[in-house]
Design a protein around this ligand. Structure first.
Ligand SMILES: [Zn+2]
Length: 597
């Protein structure tokens, strides 16, 4: 009953959102929610669908559309052994116990439920294979055949996204990839889940011609992954950027050298197609390590912990929502620059465009952290004049002369604005923080990328001292910010939702996004990993640092010097924020019938 009501409410909100977004040709949220009018009243029904995996182990799909493994303990196997066999970690004992009525003792001959997300990757793959026997893989990703009622009941795009990517909100990206109209899914229809979005466990099943296909080997120098270069691929973009997560030019070039050396390549510009490139384990991003590698397990445990937190707040026309908008750098700190194209100046113009759109078309309260000159003004030229007049809007304001001070004052200001908003709305989940930047990365990369606060890079307590800080009201209100472990996990989960909404909105508007990992939990540079300060000390739970393009890429550099591009980015950002507060009804709000036609 509750979930049905939620679905209906989301639907109504969706209709209103569509009016707000009339100007935008492609409002994915409105489309998503409109689809559901026919079907929202239908509920999941029927019984659990089961398929044997092996003796004593069954894959199950519940009427609530949850994937499970049901398994019997071996004779003499206790909870710990059982948890390790299926989940690979002690911590899973608690989750297994909870999923089975708080049982702590296992009985032989009895089947116990294990939540899908707690399973070791190889078991996740076996569950999906067993349940969805007609699915197949290709270089581009996983093709899932939509089942009819008679097999495992109705499926929504939300559930397909949840099962195959680990996040229901990826339904937007899947719809875009498949060019699906607002209409429903049809039994027998194959839906492609792109390789980039797949859970690592399922990505491992992609065929050798996939861009993510790697094998593991070992020699006297240690363990490594092997990747065969495909036609048209370069070592930089297709190996270093994809598998090591490095994006800065110096890093990419240095690692390309290391990998070339390890692989016996003399000239990186003349590598034959199919050449087996060796990537040492220590350079791999955790999701590309073998499933049982400690670093991968730690990474996946972190993802699972933060994914328990999803945005559940909807807001019609962003009513009651406060959007804190920040533009990177400013004043004496120009950020990335190519000649007279200063990041600080161009991203400020995008920020003002977002402000204007939000104020004109939504009910959101907009709070900028920066201003250039006496008022916020959208530029009426493509190429922008340089300026060093950016001030942080603290009380009193701060003309950015020292970039470190400018940076720290921003999060103090954001935290103060959040306290005010929370006092009014009583809800910190109705506040988002967005810092707009433009990158300076390896020139082969282009497009949008979002940084979110990975919980493991957070801090428990932090504050700045000195007159420049103490003289600001926002600092005096709360000189030190503190975070609990749960705050950090929650912020990672919510921020990932927001980031995915923003990235999808870029994609939907034809704006470039990073091909491999457009949402990242940390910055990696040289040998360290960290969070930008504006996210790290920021107490707003939903926060993203958005890189709108890469100034070192000639195409992006040309684009940012046009009003059309900056306006398109601003509109995508507004789409993304609206989607974040629009599609939060969960699976029921996206319920797609297979029997309504
Ligand atoms: Zn920047």
């Amino acid at each position: 009953m509750n979930s049905k009501m939620q679905g209906l409410n989301s639907l109504k909100k969706g209709l209103l959102v569509s009016r707000v977004l009339r100007r935008s040709r492609e409002s994915s949220v409105a489309v998503a929610l409109l689809t559901l009018s026919l079907v929202v009243a239908e509920r999941a029904s029927g019984s659990t669908y089961r398929r044997a995996v092996e003796e004593g182990v069954v894959a199950a799909l519940t009427p609530e559309r949850d994937l499970l493994l049901e398994a019997q303990p071996h004779r003499g196997e206790g909870m710990l052994g059982f948890a390790l066999r299926f989940c690979g970690q002690r911590a899973a004992m608690e989750r297994i116990s909870k999923a089975n009525g708080d049982t702590t003792r296992l009985l032989v001959g009895v089947s116990y439920r294990i939540p899908f997300s707690s399973l070791r990757p190889e078991w996740q793959l076996r569950v999906v294979r067993a349940l969805f026997g007609r699915d197949y893989t290709a270089a581009s990703g996983w093709y899932h055949e939509i089942g009819g009622r008679s097999t495992y009941g109705k499926e929504s795009l939300w559930h397909v996204a949840e099962w195959f990517t680990g996040r229901g909100d990826n339904y937007r990206a899947i719809r875009l990839e498949n060019g699906l109209p607002e209409d429903e899914l049809t039994p027998g229809q194959a839906v492609l889940i792109p390789a980039r979005l797949l859970r690592p466990a399922l990505r491992a099943a992609l065929p050798p011609d996939s861009a993510y296909y790697i094998e593991y080997q070992e020699d006297e120098e240690g363990e490594y992954a092997v990747y065969g270069l495909k036609p048209g691929e370069a070592l930089y973009s297709s190996v270093v950027v994809r598998f090591t997560g490095r994006v800065f030019a110096d890093d990419v070039n240095a690692l390309a050298g290391v990998i070339a050396g390890r692989s016996g390549i003399d000239r990186v510009t003349a590598i034959p197609i199919g050449y087996k490139v060796k990537i040492p384990f220590e350079l791999l991003e955790p999701e590309f390590l073998p499933a049982n590698h400690p670093r991968r397990r730690e990474y996946e445990a972190g993802l699972e912990a933060s994914s328990r937190y999803r945005n559940s707040v909807t807001a019609r026309r962003l009513s009651g929502v406060t959007v804190i908008l920040d533009s990177g750098h400013g004043g004496s700190d120009v950020g990335a620059s190519v000649g007279d194209v200063w990041e600080s100046v161009y991203v400020y113009d995008v920020m003002v465009r977002v402000m204007e759109l939000l104020e004109a078309e939504t009910a959101a309260v907009v709070k900028p952290t920066m201003r250039d000159g006496p008022i916020h003004l959208v530029a009426d030229t493509d190429v922008l004049p340089t300026s060093r007049q950016h001030t942080v809007l603290t009380s009193p304001r701060y003309l950015v002369e020292d970039s470190t001070v400018g940076l720290h004052l921003r999060w103090y200001l954001a935290n103060s604005l959040m306290r005010q908003a929370r006092k009014k709305a009583g809800d910190s989940e109705k506040v988002v923080f967005l810092s707009i930047h433009a990158d300076s990365l390896h020139p082969s990369l282009r497009g949008g990328m979002a940084y979110i606060p990975g919980a493991r890079y957070g801090k428990d307590s932090y504050g700045r001292e000195g007159l420049v800080y103490a003289s600001r009201r926002e600092v005096r209100e709360e000189p030190r910010v503190t975070f609990s472990g749960e705050d950090l996990l929650k912020s990672e989960g919510l921020s990932r939702d927001l980031a995915e909404s923003l990235i999808h909105a870029f994609d939907a508007r034809g704006l470039a996004i990073h091909p491999d990992k457009p949402v990242r939990e940390k910055i990696v540079r040289e040998h360290s990993e960290w969070l930008p300060a504006v996210l790290r000390y920021n107490a707003v739970p939903s926060k993203v640092l958005l890189e709108i393009c890469n100034l070192s890429n000639s195409k992006d550099l040309e684009l940012i010097q046009t009003r059309a591009f900056r306006q398109n980015v601003a509109e995508a950002i507004v789409d993304g924020i609206i989607a974040y507060y629009g599609a939060a009804g969960g699976p029921e709000s996206l319920w797609v019938s297979t029997s309504a036609r």
